[in-house]
Design a protein around this ligand. Structure first.
Ligand SMILES: Cc1ncc(COP(=O)(O)O)c(C=O)c1O
Length: 367
C-alpha cells in the first residue's frame, strides 16, 4: 500500500534511537511497575490538560470502568452515551452492572445534546459523552442538562488528548475521564496504555487503589475490591518522551486537516469535519472522518490506488449491536453509518501523500 491508513512500524522507526535509549535506561533500573517514570508522566499529563490529577492505567477501557467504579454508580442505573463510539464506552458501563443507553449523534457526529432529555428517566444517573475524532463535545449544553437532572458526567476522552472547548481540555469537565494511548492514537504508546483525568481528590485517591487490587498506595493494605490495571512504567517512560513533542504532533495533524479542508471542501458529494479553526473548539484531529456518497465504491477506489482508509468501529454503531441486547432506534445515525469514512491523517504521511489522497478523491468524483 502506497499510503497506508496508519503505519505501525513507523511509530517505532521514527523515534527508534530515543526509544531504545529509554528502554535501556528503564531496563537497567529494573523500573517496571509503579515507578518514577509513571508518576512523572502522570504529573506531566495533568499539567498538559489542566486536570488536577492524571492516573496511568492499563488502557482507556479500564480507565472508563475504574472511573465509574470510583463514582459508585448504583447497579442497574442508566448511562446515556452516543451511538457513534467504541464498544468500550458501552462495555465499561455494562461491566459495572449499569446499562448503556445509546442515542443519536448530531451533525458534528457526537452525542446529540438535543436528544438527551428525551431518554432521561428515573434510572438515569449519568451521561458519558465521547469526544470523537479529537474534538471536544459542546460541554456547555451537556452540563446544563446534567445540572437540570442532577446527573453525573464521565467523559470518554480516549480520542481527544489536547482538544479543548472554550479553552478547557477534553477530560476536565466531568467527574472523571479516560484517555487512550493505543498506538494509533495521537499520543501512541508501544502497546496498550491509558490514563484517567479527574479534578476530585476523592476520586483520585479511590482510583489509585482500584487500579492496584484495592491496595492503599502508602500502606499496601487492601481497602476495597480492585483490579490490576497499572500503566506499565516502560510505556509511561515512552509516553513521557512523546508528550514532550505533543504540540508538534497536534500542529502537524491540524496542518493536514487544513489541507484536506481547503482542497476537498468544494466536492458536494462529501461532507467534511469542521475546519481546524472553528470558534469554541480546538480540534486535534485524531481522525479525519468524512461522510461520502458512494462510500464503499470510494473506499474500493482508494484501495485500488494504494490508499488506505477505514470505517470506524468496522461500520457498526452501538445501537446496531442487537446481539448485545440494544433495542434503541437511531435512524439518523444509521444513515451516517452508510457514509462515514476515515482517510489517512497521521504523523507519518507527507504533504505529497496528502495531495495524492486529495487527487484520488477528486478523480473518483470527476472533479
Ligand atoms: C472512543 C473510544 N473509547 C474507548 C476506547 C478504548 O481505548 P483503549 O483501547 O485504550 O482501551 C477507544 C480506543 O480506540 C476509543 O476510540
Amino acid at each position: 500500500m502506497k499510503i497506508p491508513f496508519f503505519n505501525y512500524p513507523d511509530l517505532f522507526k521514527n523515534n527508534k534511537n530515543d526509544l531504545i535509549k529509554i528502554f535501556e535506561d528503564v531496563g537497567n533500573r529494573g523500573a517496571f511497575i509503579l515507578q518514577k517514570d509513571l508518576s512523572d508522566f502522570e504529573n506531566n499529563l495533568a499539567k498538559y490538560t489542566g486536570a488536577k490529577y492524571a492516573i496511568g492505567v492499563g488502557n482507556a477501557t479500564d480507565g472508563l470502568q475504574l472511573s465509574l467504579m470510583a463514582g459508585e454508580l448504583e447497579s442497574n442505573s442508566e448511562v446515556i452515551i452516543s451511538s457513534h463510539t467504541m464498544i468500550a464506552t458501552a462495555s465499561a458501563i455494562n461491566h459495572i452492572g449499569s446499562v448503556p443507553k445509546p442515542i443519536e449523534v448530531g451533525e458534528d457526529l457526537m452525542i446529540d445534546y438535543n436528544e438527551i432529555e428525551k431518554v432521561i428517566n428515573d434510572k438515569t444517573r449519568a451521561i458519558m459523552p465521547t469526544h470523537l475524532n479529537g474534538r471536544t463535545c459542546n460541554m456547555d449544553k451537556i452540563q446544563l442538562i446534567a445540572d437540570k437532572y442532577n446527573l453525573d458526567i464521565y467523559e470518554d476522552a480516549a480520542q481527544a488528548l489536547g482538544s479543548t472547548f472554550r479553552g478547557k481540555s477534553a477530560g476536565t469537565f466531568g467527574i472523571a475521564a479516560a484517555i487512550s494511548f493505543y498506538p494509533a492514537k495521537n499520543l501512541g504508546s508501544l502497546g496498550d496504555a491509558g490514563a484517567i483525568l479527574t479534578n476530585s481528590d476523592h476520586i483520585y485517591e479511590k482510583i489509585l487503589m482500584l487500579r492496584d487490587h484495592g491496595r492503599d498506595p502508602k500502606t499496601g493494605d487492601v481497602k476495597c475490591w480492585g483490579v490490576n490495571s497499572r500503566m506499565d512504567n516502560l510505556q509511561a517512560a515512552f509516553l513521557n518522551f512523546m508528550l514532550s513533542n505533543y504540540d508538534k504532533i497536534v500542529s502537524r495533524r491540524r496542518e493536514i486537516a487544513k489541507l484536506y479542508d481547503s482542497e476537498l471542501r468544494s466536492i458536494e458529494q462529501i461532507k467534511l469535519p469542521p475546519a481546524p479553526s472553528n470558534g469554541d473548539h480546538f480540534d486535534v484531529f485524531q481522525n479525519y472522518e468524512i461522510q461520502a456518497e458512494n462510500r464503499c465504491q470510494l473506499r474500493e477506489y482508494l484501495h485500488d490506488c494504494g490508499i488506505g482508509s477505514m470505517i470506524q468501529w468496522s461500520g457498526k454503531a452501538i445501537h446496531q449491536f442487537r446481539n448485545l441486547g440494544f433495542k434503541e432506534n437511531c435512524p439518523y445515525t444509521d444513515g451516517l453509518f452508510e457514509k462515514i469514512l476515515m482517510i489517512p491523517l497521521n504523523m507519518f504521511i507527507s504533504d505529497d501523500d496528502v495531495f495524492e489522497v486529495i487527487k484520488t478523491i477528486k478523480n473518483f468524483y470527476n472533479k
